[in-house]
Design a protein around this ligand. Structure first.
Ligand SMILES: [Ca+2]
Ligand SMILES: [Ca+2]
Ligand SMILES: [Ca+2]
Length: 347
């Protein structure tokens, strides 16, 4: 079992040189930062990826939200609950449904679930498979978010640099669009401490084009990517493995920009998986034998007609003789009440 390790934030907070930024501000900023146009994907949607529509955003402030399916949404706690878009339509949350995800010691993580109103006509989007095992160092990931994009290159000089070398950063755009990119995991055992939240997190780093660890669509999160998704493909199946919450940058990097070496933090979905399943999965997809018949979930439990079925205890289809008996007794009941009414009328 993995145990909580205290925050060292090795990549981020060493000697106070780094600044940790939650990826949310009240802007309509969108999209990820790429090192150069050649790294930006040419395809608007990742190839052979079935969950593009499950990554969405809040209606007004614009940060990212992951739709888990079955009416439940996951986002960062600092983003919070709100109306979200699904397939272009607005859906309203059930305000009583929110749950902050918790660590083993009961402290709160910067991650929360909320449910859309039960009376909504929800789109037919799939249940997102959740990674059981944490992302491993060097594992390549697909990241999707609505954070800001790269606008232009800015040049700056660190006043503490004795050589006064020119450095570069990418200024964020004011707005953008939903985008995807790739990166490679650096660490999977960070505990991110921000405000009152402690979040088990994985990290990835924004690498320059000539780095041996750069990925084909190397991307760094920016403001607005909070709540954005980190997916991994294992044995041919795409799994949700992280939810972006924060970036760290060198303290002196110009504001609202990204530079090589910046780190993105994402909540480790495998760590919070059992809690997510407990709240957000219907009985036929919660990995438990809810009715004690020894069969777990769809398709193994014969009472589950689909993974989205809310109960493992469906009334079995009536046999013909049972149906006939009920029909007769129903008919009998109607007959009795008609006779009773007639008697009342007669008296
Ligand atoms: Ca990287
Ligand atoms: Ca079950
Ligand atoms: Ca069962």
């Amino acid at each position: 079992m993995r145990r909580a390790r205290l925050a060292r934030l090795r990549d981020a907070l060493a000697a106070g040189l780094f600044l940790l930024i939650p990826l949310f501000a009240s802007t309509d900023g969108r999209a990820l930062i790429f090192p150069s146009p050649e790294f930006e994907p040419t395809s608007p949607v990742p190839p052979d990826f079935p969950y593009w529509e499950n990554v969405t955003q809040r209606r007004y402030e614009g940060p990212s939200v992951i739709y888990l399916g079955n009416g439940w949404a996951l986002t960062a706690r600092h983003v919070g609950m709100g109306e979200i878009f699904l397939e272009g339509r607005v859906y309203v949350p059930d305000i009583r449904s929110h749950h902050t995800l918790l660590n083993l010691n009961g402290t709160a993580a910067d991650a929360m679930l909320f449910r859309l109103r039960a009376d909504a006509d929800l789109p037919d989007l799939p249940l997102l498979p959740l990674a059981r095992d944490p992302l491993q160092p060097d594992e390549e990931v697909l990241v999707i978010g609505f954070g800001r994009g790269r606008e232009k290159v800015i040049e700056w000089i660190d006043p503490n640099d004795p050589h006064q070398r020119h450095e570069f950063a990418f200024a964020w755009s004011r707005s953008g669009r939903k985008r995807w990119g790739t990166n490679r995991i650096v660490s999977n055992h960070q505990i991110l401490v921000q405000k009152n939240w402690r979040t088990h997190a994985v990290t990835f780093r924004f690498d320059p084009p000539n780095s041996p660890s750069v990925t084909p669509h190397e991307a760094q999160a920016a403001v607005g990517d909070s709540g954005g998704a980190v997916f991994v493909q294992r044995e041919g199946e795409w799994l949700l493995a992280g939810m972006m919450t924060s970036v760290s940058a060198r303290y002196l990097t110009p504001k609202e920009s990204s530079a090589y070496g910046d780190t993105t933090y994402a909540a480790d979905i495998s760590f919070y998986r059992s809690e997510i399943i407990r709240w957000a999965r219907p009985d036929c997809a919660n990995e438990e034998d809810d009715d004690g018949d020894g069969k777990v979930d769809f398709p193994l439990d014969p009472d589950c007609r689909a993974a989205t079925d809310p109960s493992e205890r469906h009334v079995r289809l009536l046999t013909e003789s049972q149906a006939w008996l009920i029909g007769v007794s129903g008919f009998g009941a109607i007959l009795i009440s008609i006779l009773w009414l007639k008697r009342r009328e007669a008296s």
